[in-house]
Design a protein around this ligand. Structure first.
Ligand SMILES: NC(=O)c1ccc[n+]([C@@H]2O[C@H](COP(=O)([O-])OP(=O)(O)OC[C@H]3O[C@@H](n4cnc5c(N)ncnc54)[C@H](O)[C@@H]3O)[C@@H](O)[C@H]2O)c1
Length: 312
């Protein structure tokens, strides 16, 4: 199979690329390295990497024409500055529109899209069901990712939109874990917010996406979620244990930022029903793998779509 992955040098895209290459698929990744890393994709047979911007219609036309993908996995996204509305709109809205139009033109078998759980805003139910209304208004990232989901739907393409809980694992540079690692190993102060998240190990996510690439599941939206949430403090404690550290006083717990939500717990029942699996790797197994990656490759930068709360 030929699979085109936008954002293929990123965290999720690169793990997926490796999975597909290992089973003999042909993969083309297009990435502008905005938040992706060059060392995420090692050169290998059947892998083509194109450095470029998905907003560039000519480039995307030529990529689609020369590669002729069977399936497109659209993982490129912009989120690294909460105030950069223009970049978010360009990559997430226009870039998705370009990807969708090219997928229509080449009549791809399926387009796979990743949506943020922030599309639900402050949830009115827990767990959040798939027909919970969209309320992305608090975040530029969520607004633009939600507009993009509408374009994916409007296209009439056979598509699967995966709305994701918080993915973590090797190569993950956004969210709390890489921040804990960089600050703790640099001897800097750390705090945790009084929030809870459903943490999903990236390989569990890749297992489900691989099935969707192979045609499993129906057109529409699915949650990728373990169905349980854990506090950020639990994640922190797991990181401390793995780093072999002992703190002389308990970690400071701070109230969440105004654009943050207390918990995001997605209902994974439709995913369980149609794909037969949901993420189940416990933090005690996934965090050591993420930390082993940070130790080996280092972290030069971490990213967040939230307004940063200043550390003391
Ligand atoms: N990681 C999560 O927990 C999570 C949760 C919800 C949704 N998502 C979605 O999953 C997808 C993958 O996210 P990720 O965690 O791997 O993030 P990531 O930042 O590691 O990957 C995104 C990739 O897109 C690339 N990119 C950005 N703008 C681009 C552009 N204009 N042209 C080409 N490439 C561009 C980046 O360089 C990066 O490699 C994204 O669509 C994201 O919105 C992720």
């Amino acid at each position: 199979m030929k699979v085109l992955i936008t954002g293929g040098a990123g965290f999720i895209g690169s793990h997926l690329a490796e999975r597909l290459l290992a089973r003999g698929d042909e993969v083309l990744c297009v990435d502008n390295y905005e938040t992706g890393r060059r060392d995420n994709l090692k050169p290998q047979p059947r892998l083509t990497v194109v450095e470029g911007n998905i907003v560039d219609v000519r480039l995307m036309e030529s990529i689609f024409d020369s590669f002729r993908p069977d399936v497109v996995v659209h993982a490129a996204a912009s989120y690294k500055s909460p105030d950069d509305f223009v970049r978010d709109a360009q990559t997430n809205v226009v870039g998705t529109a370009v990807t969708v139009k090219q997928s229509q033109r080449l009549k791809v078998r399926r387009l796979i899209y990743f949506q943020t759980a922030l599309c639900y805003g402050d949830p009115i139910e827990q767990p959040i069901t798939l027909n919970h209304p969209f309320h992305p208004a608090k975040s530029s990232y969520a607004i633009s990712k939600t507009a993009a989901e509408y374009y994916v739907r409007l296209s009439g393409l056979n598509h699967v939109t995966f709305r994701l809980a918080n993915a973590y694992g090797p190569r993950n540079l956004s969210g709390p874990l890489p921040t804990f690692y960089s600050r703790l190993t640099a001897g800097k102060s750390v705090f945790v917010t009084d929030t809870r998240r459903d943490f999903i190990y990236v390989m569990d996510l890749v297992d489900i996406v691989e099935k969707a690439i192979d045609g499993q599941g129906a057109t529409g939206a699915y949650h990728i979620s373990s169905g349980t949430d854990q506090s950020i403090q639990e994640l922190f404690e797991c990181a401390i244990r793995e780093l072999g550290m002992k703190l002389d006083k308990p970690v400071e717990v701070r109230p969440r930022a105004p654009d943050d939500v207390f918990t995001i717990l997605l209902d994974p029942s439709k995913t369980k029903q149609d794909f037969g699996i949901i993420p189940s790797t416990p933090l005690s197994a996934g965090v050591p793998k993420a930390i082993a990656y940070y130790r080996q490759y280092g972290i030069s930068e971490t990213y967040t779509h939230l307004r940063r709360t200043e550390n003391k």
